[in-house]
Design a protein around this ligand. Structure first.
Ligand SMILES: [Zn+2]
Length: 260
């Protein structure tokens, strides 16, 4: 027996199959051929590794089904179209669940909450934690100051119109959008007005659809927020008071033209 013949019969030898005569001749060759002895040894090691790997793997149900279908033991349960449809149905159910989970917001959208952002600014301004950039009790002085701070027109409702007594103003950013604020009081209650370009509302999912003339309220804890679109601006009035009083300030804001 030469090397070629010996290696050709490795399978029979390894599995202890074949006749006794064949095994005897292979053993005789391996005893005299170190190369084949080494080759047989490495083949056996490889075989063992494969057996271990296959034993460790859990069979895939889908693969198993395909084997059964292929063998004719199992009829294919679903056509391709049905699988696609059920896949779409499952997908739609997932989206519906996400919408409910997010309280009606589009899944995956990072939410900039305008009421939360303005509420947080209002509380810092009212508590004095955020110093007013410009202090004045004159609505005309405040308007003049802001005219040099932001590129969009900002008005300050005169006190006689809605009872809003201004004490100062400044600029801030709401979700990276430039905004101006007016801090003041209605009677003794701190109230803040935030003004930003109307286009900036696009950054706020819940308010992106706000239209001129439409006023929306939102209560967050004890804080009320009233939002309206006036000319080119979005205007928010925030305070811990009756939303009707805040809305009166908002309406007053819209009743006189820009001093530009
Ligand atoms: Zn050999």
């Amino acid at each position: 027996m030469n090397c070629n013949e010996a290696r050709q019969h490795w399978n029979l030898y390894h599995d202890s199959e074949g006749d006794v005569e064949l095994h005897f001749r292979i053993e005789e060759h391996l005893a005299n051929c170190p190369d084949c002895a080494e080759w047989f040894h490495s083949q056996s090691r490889l075989e063992e590794m494969l057996v271990q790997k296959l034993a460790a793997r859990t069979p895939e149900p889908d693969l198993w089904n395909r084997v059964l279908v292929g063998s004719g033991l199992l009829k294919p349960a679903r056509s391709r179209r049905w699988i696609l449809f059920s896949g779409m149905a499952a997908c739609a159910a997932t989206i519906a669940l996400l919408v409910v989970w997010n309280g009606g917001r589009a899944p995956g959208v990072v939410e900039n909450d305008l009421a939360d952002l303005t509420g947080s600014w209002h509380e810092r301004l009212a508590s004095g934690n955020e110093p007013l950039q410009f202090q004045s009790q004159s609505d005309l002085e405040v308007e003049d100051y802001l005219r040099h701070q932001v590129s969009f027109p900002v008005r300050c409702p005169p006190r006689k119109d809605a009872g809003f007594a201004v004490r100062g103003a400044g600029v801030c950013r709401l979700a990276d959008q430039p905004a101006a604020y007016l801090a003041g009081h209605i009677d003794m209650t701190p109230v803040s007005i935030f003004v930003m370009p109307r286009d900036s509302l696009a950054a706020f999912f819940e308010n992106a659809g706000a239209v001129p003339g439409q006023v929306t309220h939102r209560r967050t804890g004890s804080l009320e927020t009233v939002l309206g679109v006036i000319d080119r601006n979005a205007v928010l009035v925030v305070g811990q008071t009756d939303p009707a009083r805040l809305e009166r300030v908002l309406r007053a804001y819209g009743t006189y033209p820009d001093h530009l």
